[in-house]
Design a protein around this ligand. Structure first.
Ligand code: IMP
Ligand code: MG
Length: 197
Protein backbone atom coordinates (compact mmCIF):
# COMPACT_ATOMS: atom_id res chain seq x y z
CA UNK A 1 0.00 0.00 0.00
CA UNK A 2 2.81 2.44 0.89
CA UNK A 3 4.34 1.67 -2.52
CA UNK A 4 1.18 2.95 -4.26
CA UNK A 5 1.61 6.47 -2.86
CA UNK A 6 2.78 9.09 -5.31
CA UNK A 7 2.90 12.06 -2.98
CA UNK A 8 1.86 12.96 0.57
CA UNK A 9 -0.24 16.13 0.27
CA UNK A 10 -1.22 16.57 3.93
CA UNK A 11 0.53 14.96 6.89
CA UNK A 12 -1.20 13.49 9.93
CA UNK A 13 0.19 16.28 12.13
CA UNK A 14 -1.18 18.97 9.83
CA UNK A 15 -4.59 17.24 9.81
CA UNK A 16 -4.71 16.99 13.60
CA UNK A 17 -3.72 20.62 14.06
CA UNK A 18 -6.27 21.88 11.56
CA UNK A 19 -9.09 19.78 13.05
CA UNK A 20 -8.42 21.30 16.46
CA UNK A 21 -8.72 24.78 14.89
CA UNK A 22 -11.95 23.88 13.10
CA UNK A 23 -13.41 22.49 16.31
CA UNK A 24 -12.67 25.78 18.06
CA UNK A 25 -14.44 27.70 15.27
CA UNK A 26 -17.46 25.37 15.33
CA UNK A 27 -17.74 25.65 19.12
CA UNK A 28 -17.39 29.43 19.10
CA UNK A 29 -20.03 29.83 16.35
CA UNK A 30 -22.48 27.64 18.21
CA UNK A 31 -21.89 29.47 21.48
CA UNK A 32 -22.71 32.73 19.72
CA UNK A 33 -26.19 31.56 18.74
CA UNK A 34 -26.86 29.54 21.90
CA UNK A 35 -25.37 31.86 24.51
CA UNK A 36 -28.22 31.36 27.00
CA UNK A 37 -28.17 27.54 27.18
CA UNK A 38 -25.67 24.68 26.89
CA UNK A 39 -24.95 24.37 23.16
CA UNK A 40 -26.05 21.11 21.56
CA UNK A 41 -25.31 19.97 18.06
CA UNK A 42 -26.03 17.00 15.79
CA UNK A 43 -23.27 15.99 13.41
CA UNK A 44 -24.35 14.21 10.25
CA UNK A 45 -21.33 12.65 8.54
CA UNK A 46 -21.75 11.33 5.02
CA UNK A 47 -20.45 7.79 4.90
CA UNK A 48 -18.08 6.29 4.23
CA UNK A 49 -15.44 8.86 3.40
CA UNK A 50 -15.96 11.12 6.42
CA UNK A 51 -15.69 8.29 8.95
CA UNK A 52 -12.19 9.10 10.18
CA UNK A 53 -12.59 12.85 9.93
CA UNK A 54 -15.75 12.87 12.06
CA UNK A 55 -14.20 10.48 14.59
CA UNK A 56 -11.33 12.90 15.14
CA UNK A 57 -13.49 16.03 14.95
CA UNK A 58 -16.02 14.98 17.63
CA UNK A 59 -13.23 14.31 20.09
CA UNK A 60 -12.16 17.95 19.76
CA UNK A 61 -15.68 19.31 20.35
CA UNK A 62 -16.44 19.99 24.03
CA UNK A 63 -20.18 20.04 23.35
CA UNK A 64 -23.22 17.96 24.03
CA UNK A 65 -23.52 16.28 20.66
CA UNK A 66 -25.15 13.47 18.72
CA UNK A 67 -24.04 11.74 15.53
CA UNK A 68 -26.47 10.53 12.86
CA UNK A 69 -25.12 8.73 9.83
CA UNK A 70 -26.09 9.38 6.25
CA UNK A 71 -24.93 7.41 3.25
CA UNK A 72 -24.64 8.93 -0.21
CA UNK A 73 -22.38 7.51 -2.85
CA UNK A 74 -21.20 8.99 -6.11
CA UNK A 75 -17.93 7.22 -6.91
CA UNK A 76 -18.88 3.58 -7.43
CA UNK A 77 -16.07 1.05 -7.27
CA UNK A 78 -12.92 2.06 -9.09
CA UNK A 79 -14.28 5.28 -10.61
CA UNK A 80 -12.15 8.38 -10.14
CA UNK A 81 -14.82 10.82 -11.30
CA UNK A 82 -18.28 11.42 -9.86
CA UNK A 83 -21.34 9.63 -11.21
CA UNK A 84 -23.80 11.99 -9.55
CA UNK A 85 -25.05 11.64 -6.00
CA UNK A 86 -27.41 8.81 -5.09
CA UNK A 87 -29.00 8.74 -1.68
CA UNK A 88 -29.07 5.22 -0.38
CA UNK A 89 -32.39 5.56 1.35
CA UNK A 90 -32.01 2.40 3.40
CA UNK A 91 -28.98 3.85 5.10
CA UNK A 92 -30.43 7.27 5.75
CA UNK A 93 -31.45 7.22 9.38
CA UNK A 94 -32.13 10.89 9.87
CA UNK A 95 -35.21 11.82 11.92
CA UNK A 96 -38.10 13.15 9.82
CA UNK A 97 -38.07 16.38 11.82
CA UNK A 98 -34.96 18.30 12.84
CA UNK A 99 -36.91 21.24 14.23
CA UNK A 100 -34.98 23.10 16.92
CA UNK A 101 -31.70 21.31 16.18
CA UNK A 102 -28.34 22.69 15.12
CA UNK A 103 -27.04 20.42 12.37
CA UNK A 104 -23.48 20.13 11.12
CA UNK A 105 -23.25 18.18 7.88
CA UNK A 106 -19.77 16.67 7.53
CA UNK A 107 -18.17 15.33 4.37
CA UNK A 108 -14.72 14.26 3.35
CA UNK A 109 -14.32 16.21 0.11
CA UNK A 110 -16.18 18.72 -2.00
CA UNK A 111 -15.59 17.76 -5.63
CA UNK A 112 -18.48 18.40 -8.05
CA UNK A 113 -20.76 19.35 -5.16
CA UNK A 114 -23.55 16.92 -6.10
CA UNK A 115 -23.28 15.02 -2.85
CA UNK A 116 -23.40 18.05 -0.59
CA UNK A 117 -26.18 19.74 -2.52
CA UNK A 118 -28.26 16.56 -2.30
CA UNK A 119 -27.60 16.21 1.42
CA UNK A 120 -28.20 19.90 2.16
CA UNK A 121 -31.55 19.83 0.32
CA UNK A 122 -32.64 16.69 2.12
CA UNK A 123 -31.76 18.07 5.54
CA UNK A 124 -33.23 21.53 4.89
CA UNK A 125 -36.63 19.89 4.25
CA UNK A 126 -36.51 18.66 7.86
CA UNK A 127 -36.38 22.23 9.13
CA UNK A 128 -33.37 22.33 11.46
CA UNK A 129 -32.77 25.48 13.49
CA UNK A 130 -29.44 25.85 11.73
CA UNK A 131 -27.69 23.85 9.04
CA UNK A 132 -23.95 24.24 8.58
CA UNK A 133 -21.58 22.26 6.42
CA UNK A 134 -18.03 21.19 7.14
CA UNK A 135 -15.64 19.51 4.72
CA UNK A 136 -12.18 18.16 5.22
CA UNK A 137 -11.07 18.92 1.67
CA UNK A 138 -12.24 21.21 -1.10
CA UNK A 139 -10.94 20.59 -4.59
CA UNK A 140 -9.71 23.54 -6.53
CA UNK A 141 -12.43 23.52 -9.21
CA UNK A 142 -14.76 26.37 -10.19
CA UNK A 143 -17.97 24.40 -9.38
CA UNK A 144 -17.02 23.99 -5.75
CA UNK A 145 -17.34 27.76 -5.18
CA UNK A 146 -21.11 27.58 -5.77
CA UNK A 147 -21.72 25.13 -2.94
CA UNK A 148 -22.22 26.82 0.43
CA UNK A 149 -19.81 25.41 3.01
CA UNK A 150 -19.06 26.98 6.37
CA UNK A 151 -15.89 25.14 7.36
CA UNK A 152 -13.12 23.85 5.06
CA UNK A 153 -10.05 22.21 6.58
CA UNK A 154 -7.88 22.19 3.44
CA UNK A 155 -7.99 23.22 -0.19
CA UNK A 156 -6.47 20.58 -2.50
CA UNK A 157 -5.57 20.51 -6.18
CA UNK A 158 -8.09 19.00 -8.61
CA UNK A 159 -6.56 15.53 -8.48
CA UNK A 160 -7.81 12.22 -7.16
CA UNK A 161 -6.75 11.91 -3.52
CA UNK A 162 -6.95 9.07 -1.01
CA UNK A 163 -6.26 8.30 2.64
CA UNK A 164 -7.65 9.48 5.99
CA UNK A 165 -11.04 8.00 5.09
CA UNK A 166 -10.99 8.70 1.38
CA UNK A 167 -10.89 5.62 -0.78
CA UNK A 168 -10.00 4.37 -4.19
CA UNK A 169 -12.09 1.27 -4.95
CA UNK A 170 -12.78 1.10 -1.19
CA UNK A 171 -9.07 0.78 -0.32
CA UNK A 172 -6.57 3.24 1.18
CA UNK A 173 -9.02 4.68 3.76
CA UNK A 174 -6.63 3.59 6.50
CA UNK A 175 -3.68 5.67 5.28
CA UNK A 176 -3.09 8.27 8.00
CA UNK A 177 -2.16 11.00 5.50
CA UNK A 178 -3.88 12.48 2.48
CA UNK A 179 -2.05 11.32 -0.60
CA UNK A 180 -2.14 11.05 -4.36
CA UNK A 181 -1.75 7.59 -5.86
CA UNK A 182 0.63 6.46 -8.58
CA UNK A 183 -0.99 6.46 -12.00
CA UNK A 184 -0.58 2.71 -12.49
CA UNK A 185 -2.82 2.13 -9.44
CA UNK A 186 -5.71 4.17 -10.88
CA UNK A 187 -7.55 2.21 -13.57
CA UNK A 188 -8.52 4.25 -16.65
CA UNK A 189 -11.80 6.02 -15.84
CA UNK A 190 -13.31 5.85 -19.28
CA UNK A 191 -17.08 5.78 -18.83
CA UNK A 192 -19.49 8.69 -18.51
CA UNK A 193 -17.13 11.33 -17.15
CA UNK A 194 -17.37 13.53 -14.13
CA UNK A 195 -20.98 14.61 -14.21
CA UNK A 196 -22.40 11.32 -15.44
CA UNK A 197 -25.70 10.02 -14.09
P1 IMP B 1 -19.12 15.26 -5.31
O1 IMP B 1 -20.56 14.86 -5.20
O2 IMP B 1 -18.61 15.20 -6.71
O3 IMP B 1 -18.78 16.57 -4.63
O4 IMP B 1 -18.30 14.10 -4.66
C1 IMP B 1 -18.10 14.00 -3.37
C2 IMP B 1 -17.86 12.58 -2.94
O5 IMP B 1 -17.10 11.83 -3.88
C3 IMP B 1 -17.03 12.67 -1.70
O6 IMP B 1 -17.86 12.61 -0.57
C4 IMP B 1 -16.08 11.51 -1.82
O7 IMP B 1 -16.65 10.40 -1.16
C5 IMP B 1 -15.99 11.22 -3.28
N1 IMP B 1 -14.75 11.84 -3.85
C6 IMP B 1 -14.65 12.99 -4.54
N2 IMP B 1 -13.38 13.25 -4.90
C7 IMP B 1 -12.64 12.25 -4.37
C8 IMP B 1 -11.23 11.97 -4.39
O8 IMP B 1 -10.38 12.69 -4.92
N3 IMP B 1 -10.86 10.83 -3.73
C9 IMP B 1 -11.74 10.00 -3.11
N4 IMP B 1 -13.06 10.24 -3.07
C10 IMP B 1 -13.50 11.35 -3.71
MG1 MG C 1 -18.25 10.66 0.36
Amino acid sequence: MQGDIEKVLITRQAIAQRIAELARDITRDLQKVESDRAPQITLIPILTGSLIFVADLIRELPLRLQVKLMSISSYPGAATSSRGAQVEAALTRIPASLVGQHILLVDDILDTGHTLRTAQALLAQRRPQSLRTCVLLRKNRPETRDVPVDYVAFEVPDEFVAGYGLDYDDYYRNLPEIVTLKSHVLKPDNDMGRNGA
